[in-house]
Each structure stands twice: as C-alpha cells, then as structure tokens.
Design a binder for this molecule. Sequence first.
Ligand code: GLU
Ligand code: ZN
Length: 319
Amino acid sequence: MNATTPYTGRLAPSPTGALHLGNARTFAIAWLRARLQGGRVIMRMEDLDHPRDKPGAAAAAYEDLRWLGFDWDEEHVQSERREYYREAVAKLASSGLAYPCTCSRRDVESAQSAPHAGEQLHYPGTCRGRWRSWDEAAAAIAPRVPCWRFRVEPGTRVGFTDAFYGYYEQDVASALGDFPLARDPDGAGYTLAATLDDCLMGVTEVVRGDDLLGATPGQILVARALGFEPPGYFHAPLVVSSDGFRLAKRHGDTRIASMREAGVAPERIVGVLAWWCGWAEFGEELTLASLLDRFDPRAIPPSPAVLTEQVKRHLRIDS
Ligand code: GLU
Ligand code: ZN
C-alpha cells in the first residue's frame, strides 16, 4: 500500500452459525483499524459453504454487528458473485495452475510422508495432469465431487510481514503441496473467492483470526497468479476457552444474540472485547466508537484471549 491508497478493510463473516464473542473481537479490531485510518469498511458475506450455511444467519449477523456499534460502507454477498469466480478459475485452469482433483480425504491422508500438524493435509499432486476437464473428473467419481487444486512448484517459498504477527514465511510446496481452491465447478469456494474478492474490492489490509495465518502464503500465490498485488495482513489471536481450545458450544453460549436476549448491554460486551485487547480495565462499559481513542495494536497480547469464568459471569454466559 502506498501513501495515496486509502485504507480499505473488510468484515467477512460466514453464515454458518451465529456471531459469537470470538468473531466480534476480530471484527472490532478490523473495524477500528480501518476507521482510525479514515478507511472504508466492506461487509462481505461469505455464503458459499453449503450445506453448512444456516438460513437467516446472514441477516442475524448484520443485526448483531449493528447492535454492537459496527457500520460499513459497502455490502457484498459472495453467492451473487459467481461469475467472477468462474472466470478466475477458468483462467487458472487454462494456464495449468488449477486442476481438478478426485482424491478422497483418505487418499490424501494415506499419501502423507510425515505426520502433519494442523487441519491442512499435505497434497502430493496425485491428480496433476490426470483429468482433461472438471466434467470428466466429476463423472469419474459421482456422486462425490472433485475439488480444484492450485499447483505449487517445489521450492515455492512465500514470506510476508504481518502487521500483528511480524514476518511469516512458508515453503508452500512442503507445507501444503497443491492446496484446495474450491469444491465447486465454478470455483465458488473459500480460498479462490476470498482471495479474488479481497483483490477486486481493493482491500488494502485483511484483518482476521490467526487460524488463517498458515493459509495466507497460498492466498498470496493465488492473488499473484490472478495478476494482483496481494493486500497486507493483520492476524489477531483467537478467543479460546479456559482449557485452551477454540470456542465451542460446550464452553457455553457465546452468541452475541443470546447475550442481548439475556439483557446484557452492548457496552458491556464491547468492554470485554477491549479488555481482551489490553485497552480497558475489566468491567468497563464502552461503545465501539469510544475505542477509537484507545486502540493500540501493541497492547493486544500475542497469546489467545481467554473466556474465563469471570467473563462468563459478567456476560451471563451459562455453561
Ligand atoms: N469467512 C471466513 C470466516 O468466517 C473468514 C475468512 C477470511 O477472513 O479470510 O472464517
Ligand atoms: Zn487428487
């Protein structure tokens, strides 16, 4: 980003469930970072994950975010943007950078040469050059559906300086191999769609949870392959339960809508988000806009924020 490019940020919820405290904290950081730089905020609903998407979840997310004090300048819905994804995946396929893969998860698992950390399995390129087209691949394994994979040449290293985390580098070929782009014939799937949209929408900085840090080098490769300069990144630590796990139902109901229904004020919730970021004392009640005066990325602890018993009592989260 150069000095003349206005900051453009985005909030990119997935309507696979209700907005909870973890999403809200990440979105607060994203919104504050944009507004403090006089930037635009794009709302992008990432509703391509059928059948995990829940009816009504998108409208509920808008409502919950407005209630917490968020606003935005532009609204996009990915399911209405399929023509862009189709065009991009066709471009990548015609240059040999994307290809259909018919391997099952078990096929990929049994091809692992070493035990792999994290959710992402390493893919050795089994289906490179195997199918002439998506349709041919799809017919061969129906009713299973192929996925599009992105071709990564050996020795492809990508490094970038994350605005929160610092320098991060990955040998994409040995970490991920040919990673998945989408599980849809038209390329409408998370990696392709989110990467392309960030570029087409002129996003200058992606602020999101650090669970996606390891997926970023691949997204940088995709952006470049599509002819774009990738955005900057700010990966914030997640909120975890007191046992150190990602928030899940068994840790209590952390949905923003449930707290609202229980009579918890939005300022009380925002106060907790700010406390987690090191910008407030515990128990302060604050509006989102008032955090513009307190925002300091250096105060955000590098370790995950914890949903403690004290937070649960304060926000009437029962478990
Ligand atoms: N829609 C994704 C999610 O809710 C966010 C992806 C991103 O920020 O790149 O997990
Ligand atoms: Zn394959």
